[in-house]
Design a protein around this ligand. Structure first.
Ligand code: SAM
Length: 260
């Protein structure tokens, strides 16, 4: 099928076979896996993933794409299509419904909501075995950035406190129809095991990290006014005169635990 891609849904359909094959072999689905695909579109990844796993759950917002996708899956495997906005899908409930503790997530994500999708996945990390996502390369660089890097920020800290972040390979615009204006990259995210996860209150952590990076050039004692004073910052083992971009993800956990 060759539908007219809709800009408002962030539709850039993958057509280059070698990248489709590289993504599917990075995921390496097994027959007992419960794979959940975000944004199946015309099925570039859906059909090979379905052929390998035997069954697949796909979440698609664009109603127009669904009948054709269902028809093409017939005879390949069992495809369940959830017509929904992925940001409203409770992955924990999806895993429960599939009778497994954790699902494997995959998708060439709609770029206009890539960060909200990533934060949504972090909220459900305990119900996710791993994730393989195509994103803007710039976003993957931010997710994997180390402290001190220009692109280290809120996304790096929040993702790295929840998952192991492993950039896999880059994908050029010409691999998609229509080509996006930016380079893309595939990343693997593996949620941390329970004993590796931080134990700070999630809302406090969000508040501290957001405030710390809101004005990157400010010292922490200025940026965190109202949440932590200089003495509290120092008691977390962090220099109040430091800037957020120099802190390791775990420093934010200690700050969050002491915050108001
Ligand atoms: N997987 C296909 C491929 O690789 O060719 C399509 C990828 S395209 C970049 C993103 C897909 O996500 C589209 O099919 C689009 O309709 C769908 N989508 C956009 N917003 C969505 C949302 N909020 N929830 C679920 N799917 C969404």
């Amino acid at each position: 099928m060759n539908s007219r891609p809709k800009k408002s849904f962030g539709q850039h359909f993958l057509h280059e076979k070698r990248y489709i094959e590289r993504i599917v072999s990075a995921i390496a689905p097994r027959t007992d896996d419960r794979v959940v695909e975000i944004g199946p579109g015309e099925g570039a990844l859906t059909l090979p993933l379905l052929a390998a796993a035997g069954r697949l759950t796909a979440i698609e917002l664009d109603t127009d794409l669904i009948p054709d996708l269902a028809a093409r899956a017939a005879g390949v495997g069992t495809l369940e299509i959830i017509h929904a906005d992925v940001l409203k899908v409770d992955f924990t409930a999806v895993a429960r419904g599939l009778g497994v503790p954790r699902v494997r997530l995959a998708g060439n994500l709609p770029y206009y909501i890539s960060s909200p999708i990533l934060f949504h996945c972090v909220d459900h990390a305990a119900a996710i075995e791993d994730m393989h996502f195509m994103l803007q390369k710039e976003v993957v660089d931010r997710m994997a950035a180390d402290p001190g890097s220009k692109v280290y920020g809120r996304l790096s800290v929040m993702l790295q406190l929840a998952c192991r972040v492993e950039p896999l390979f880059d994908v050029p615009p010409g691999a998609f129809r229509p080509p996006p204006k930016v380079d893309s990259a595939v990343v693997r995210l593996v949620p941390l095991a329970p004993h590796e996860r931080h134990d700070a209150d999630p809302l406090r952590l969000h508040a501290v990290v957001k405030a710390a990076f809101a004005q990157r050039r400010k010292t922490l004692s200025n940026a965190l006014k109202g949440l932590l004073d200089s003495a509290a910052i120092a008691s977390a083992g962090v220099d109040p005169k430091a800037r957020a971009e120099t802190l390791a993800p775990q420093d934010f956990v200690r700050l969050a635990k002491l915050s108001a």
